[in-house]
Design a protein. Structure first.
Length: 246
């Protein structure tokens, strides 16, 4: 089984970190093909970042489909381009936010999300609504840690900020589980689970395990309804090379 793990930003250190976490949890015989966008922002923390990341992301979906991967994982907690990717892919496409929220709901009646900057909170709240999880998530909590700080060798000080916000979630929100709201936090999951004594769910590992399950069950992305393939039509200018069928 081959799972393409796509980092929609262009930061190689984050791609490597996520690949290492994914490889620790997949079954024997599952291959993680870790890639990243060749164009776009170094991190995704705004609507502009997301919009400019999508061409590179969709290009990687196309490469993976052409090479015959069995599933794709979009490794950014905003699940950027998830619906578009599902339109263009036949293999299953899993977003890490949706995966983490779904698994959190299976191990706790209520959970909180601990994320990065305050400006990313509305994005997480919209996803909770879209995924039918607003009744299960008590709060989305910002740590004030930027995505690139997670890759800047800030080390213990950053870990302490994230752990402190997780402890506040347990104390103030009355939840039984924590969802980490950034792919760059994937390496903290095991340590925080042990430290806090509750399930801490990382979307990267959650998504690759769900991808394995879908492949094992031979479930592929439906091409009827909302995820039908987009119509072929002319695209102009810079977007011409990203057009469906190009």
């Amino acid at each position: 089984m081959k799972i393409q793990l796509i980092n929609p930003n262009t930061t190689g250190a984050m791609t490597d970190k996520m690949a290492a976490a994914a490889r620790q949890v997949v079954s024997a015989g599952t291959q993680i093909l870790a890639v990243q966008s060749c164009t776009g922002p170094a991190s995704i923390e705004s609507a502009v970042d997301e919009a400019l990341a999508l061409p590179g992301l969709l290009a990687q979906i196309g490469v993976g489909e052409a090479s015959g991967v069995d599933a794709h994982v979009i490794a950014c907690f905003g699940d950027p381009g998830l619906r578009a990717a599902r339109e263009t892919a036949t293999a299953p496409v899993i977003g890490i936010a949706e995966a983490a929220m779904q698994l959190a709901s299976l191990v706790s009646a209520r959970f909180s999300v601990v994320t990065t900057l305050a400006r990313t909170v509305p994005t997480a709240q919209r996803l909770l609504h879209d995924y039918g999880m607003t009744a299960r998530c008590v709060r989305v909590r910002a740590t004030g840690v930027a995505v690139l700080e997670l890759e800047a060798q800030a080390g213990e000080s950053v870990r302490k900020k994230i752990a402190a916000e997780c402890r506040l979630a347990l104390a103030e929100d009355g939840v039984g589980a924590i969802v980490l709201g950034c792919a760059g936090m994937t390496d903290l999951c095991g340590e925080l689970t042990q430290e806090l004594g509750v399930p801490v769910i990382d979307g990267v590992t959650a998504a690759v395990k769900l991808a394995e399950a879908l492949v094992a069950l031979r479930l592929r992305t439906s091409k009827r309804g909302d995820y039908a393939r987009p119509d072929i039509k002319p695209y102009a200018g810079l977007m011409a090379r990203f057009a469906p069928g190009a």
